[in-house]
Ligand binder design. Structure first.
Ligand code: SPV
Ligand code: MG
Length: 303
């Protein structure tokens, strides 16, 4: 008799390994930002059939921007790792899908080693760390604020320390390259990609704040010539007109929709808060809200 316990819940080890399994099965994966359990439940259950094909999200992105914003704090690595892990734990209590952690800069290499093991223990599949140093600001500011890229040597060292620290072979450390964000150019991005993969990175994320995808497409084409199988990740926030299929065709393996659950929820909440004040009643906001019946039925066990 099988000793496997069939449950709607999932063990940390099994969840952690899911990302590598999915990458082996599918050409490209969809990850959606989730900043709390309810946004994660919505992301986990979202499903659309388009042209006879069922589409679902493959997992969650724990975003530093939305985790910070949801707590009323700036996206400058001010949240403690314990706050971020607590949030992931809350999400994991009610979901099964894998999660990729936005690890910001990864902090001090010596601290990163501990964080890698904490993430792994919890069942996080991968951490993405960005090659910036000093006070981290959100990438979408580009050079409008002071941001500095880490030296290649120091960032490779951080990757190496992280890889040495992990316990299983499932956990992934993905190197995020900020060269295009900081106008350092595609050649610099490719040099860094090469070095980071050499240092042990399990994948590369290339970020851009341009509305056109041209620069990330060129990066992907040249990166693929050197590294045909290394997972390549993108975050199409600024080049939002480009479809998932187009990104998949250019060789990307993970597409992260990095902030849309928080942005949409906040916009609706702001409209509702203003409207109740303006109207002096709630009738006008009802179409913007889940019905009472829907909210009571949303979470199993509420009745
Ligand atoms: C985040 O979601 O926190 C990210 C992606 O790091 S970005 O905001 O585009 O820098
Ligand atoms: Mg971030």
């Amino acid at each position: 008799m099988s000793r496997e316990i069939v449950s709607k819940f999932i063990s940390a080890d099994r969840r952690g390994a899911t990302l590598r399994n999915l990458l082996a099965e599918k050409r490209c994966l969809r990850f959606l930002e989730a900043h709390n359990p309810i946004s994660a439940i919505l992301a986990e259950n979202a499903s659309q059939t388009v042209g006879g094909q069922k589409r679902e999200y493959d997992g969650f992105w724990s975003s530093s921007l939305t985790d910070s914003t949801a707590r009323g704090k700036p996206d400058i690595e001010v949240l403690d790792i314990k706050d971020r892990l607590g949030n992931v734990n809350d999400i994991f209590e009610v979901t099964r899908k894998p999660l990729i952690m936005d690890g910001d800069t990864g902090g001090k290499p010596e601290h990163f080693a501990y964080d890698v093991r904490s993430l792994e223990r919890l069942g996080v599949s991968a951490v993405i760390i960005e090659d910036k140093t000093g006070l981290k600001k959100n990438s979408l500011f580009g050079n409008d604020v002071f941001q500095q890229q880490e030296s290649i040597e120091d960032f490779c060292n951080k990757i190496h320390i992280g890889k040495q620290a992990q316990i299983s072979t499932d956990f992934m450390i993905i190197a995020r390259i900020e060269s295009l964000i900081l106008d350092a150019g595609i050649d610099d991005a490719l040099t860094r990609a090469d070095a980071y993969v050499g240092a042990g990175a399990d994948g590369v994320m290339i970020h851009s704040r341009k509305e056109s995808p041209d620069e990330i497409f060129e990066f992907a084409k040249r990166f693929r010539q050197q590294h045909p199988t290394v997972p390549l990740v993108c975050v199409p926030t600024s080049y939002s007109s480009i479809s998932f299929e187009a990104l998949e065709a250019e060789g990307f393996n993970v597409v992260i929709y990095a902030n849309h659950m928080l942005r949409s929820a906040y916009m609706a909440m702001k409209t509702v808060a203003d409207s109740i004040l303006f109207s002096g009643r709630t009738l006008e906001v009802e179409p913007s809200c889940l019905s009472i019946k829907e909210i009571l039925e949303l979470i199993p066990g509420t009745k």
